[in-house]
Design a protein around this ligand. Sequence first.
Ligand SMILES: [Zn+2]
Length: 75
Amino acid sequence: MRQYILKETKEVGKIFCNKCGREIAVHQGRPEEDVLEVEKRWGYFSDKDNRVDSFDLCEKCYDEFVATFSIPIGE
Ligand SMILES: [Zn+2]
């Protein structure tokens, strides 16, 4: 005899770069190219008390974004 349990799984269906809007190909829940995934919960000492912001950037938009920094990123 077998007893089964119902498992609910969640996987990524689609990813869009928030900056350029391009869709990142996803295969079986995994992106087929690397992206920057950001999730930030703003704390009490911000103007966004406890708000969660999230976004994704493709590699090209990431490169453009970090190029605007006054201090270059480290490696
Ligand atoms: Zn992009």
